[in-house]
Design a binder for this molecule. Structure first.
Ligand SMILES: [Fe+2]
Ligand SMILES: [Fe+2]
Length: 296
């Protein structure tokens, strides 16, 4: 019989001052080997390392405690209907940019600037244009916050639910608070899955990755969809965990997920991209891949 996690107290839901605090923590865990972002990743981050670390830790406590299998199913049922809002694609970027939080002015780039810096870094390296699109769209799922979802159900490293947790996931000790941890349907190596069943049959913790994947799934090639769907699944693409759930297709796609990740993590730059200059290229690109409106 599963125990239930304590209900959230008011004010408990959003410990991060900014969603970026999670990404900064990821960057500390996986620093840029080429130190392209040296100035930001070493000196600047160290200045506020300690306060950020406490909020990140609390963020993961909530994430690991409340992301149960049932929670994920409930969010899928709700958000994958895409019946909340419909708007022209370019309005969607403005909508995403309403996500402003009291982040450090020093590291303050809006969501659209991060998307553009990611897509521009991909474009500079001469990758196919569908991958530029992945860069441009990959965090659109963060709009979940604008529908009132708590931070721990939008960002954070993702992981399979319905089976045992890898101890390579950040702060694994917090999984002890998750009701699924003591539920024998879910707490064995395979849990509710079959050996090498393929990630497409595995439910991931709920957040912006799955949401944007579902939003884009008819519009981008398979490699790009893997980049979107698993970009925060660090215990897989960085730590090599969960091999026993993968099928041959996942193994084939892993290299694409790994190709994308550095562009997301290491393209942040304090200089905002020149949108006026880039606009014609992106208008054409978006019109080629996406319908006129996006559904949320
Ligand atoms: Fe992301
Ligand atoms: Fe990102």
């Amino acid at each position: 019989m599963a125990s239930t996690a304590k209900p959230l107290l008011p004010g408990e839901a959003n410990p991060l001052h900014s969603l970026d605090e999670w990404e900064e923590d990821v960057l500390e865990r996986y620093p840029d080997p080429n130190a392209i972002a040296k100035d930001k990743s070493t000196e600047a981050y160290r200045n506020y390392e300690t306060p950020a670390r406490d909020t990140v830790k609390e963020f993961y406590r909530l994430n690991h405690t409340y992301q149960t299998f049932d929670f994920v199913k409930e969010k899928q049922n709700n958000f994958l209907k895409f019946d909340k809002k419909e708007m022209p694609v370019w309005d969607a970027f403005q909508f995403l940019n309403q996500l402003v939080d009291d982040s450090d002015p020093d590291t303050d780039l809006d969501q659209f600037q991060h998307l553009l810096q990611t897509s521009e870094a991909i474009r500079r390296d001469g990758h196919p244009e569908w991958m530029v699109m992945v860069g441009l769209m990959h965090d659109m799922g963060k709009t979940l916050c604008l529908f009132g979802e708590p931070q721990w159900a939008v960002v954070g490293d993702t992981f399979p639910v319905g089976c045992a947790y890898s101890d390579k996931i950040v702060y694994p000790e917090f999984f002890k608070n998750n009701p699924d941890y003591n539920d024998e349907r879910y707490n064995t190596q395979y849990g509710m899955y079959k050996p090498n069943c393929g990630l497409r049959n595995v439910h991931m913790s709920w957040g912006h990755d799955e949401y944007v994947y579902q939003m884009m799934k008819d519009h981008l090639p398979e490699e790009g969809l893997y980049m979107l769907r698993y970009h925060s699944f660090y215990s897989w693409h960085r730590e090599g965990e969960y091999s026993y759930l993968l099928d041959e297709h996942d193994k084939e796609m892993l290299k694409w997920v790994c190709l994308f990740n550095p562009y997301d993590l290491y393209s942040k730059n304090p200089t905002p991209p020149n949108w006026e200059e880039l606009k014609p290229y992106y208008q054409k690109l978006v019109a080629k891949y996406l319908p006129a409106t996006l559904k949320f």
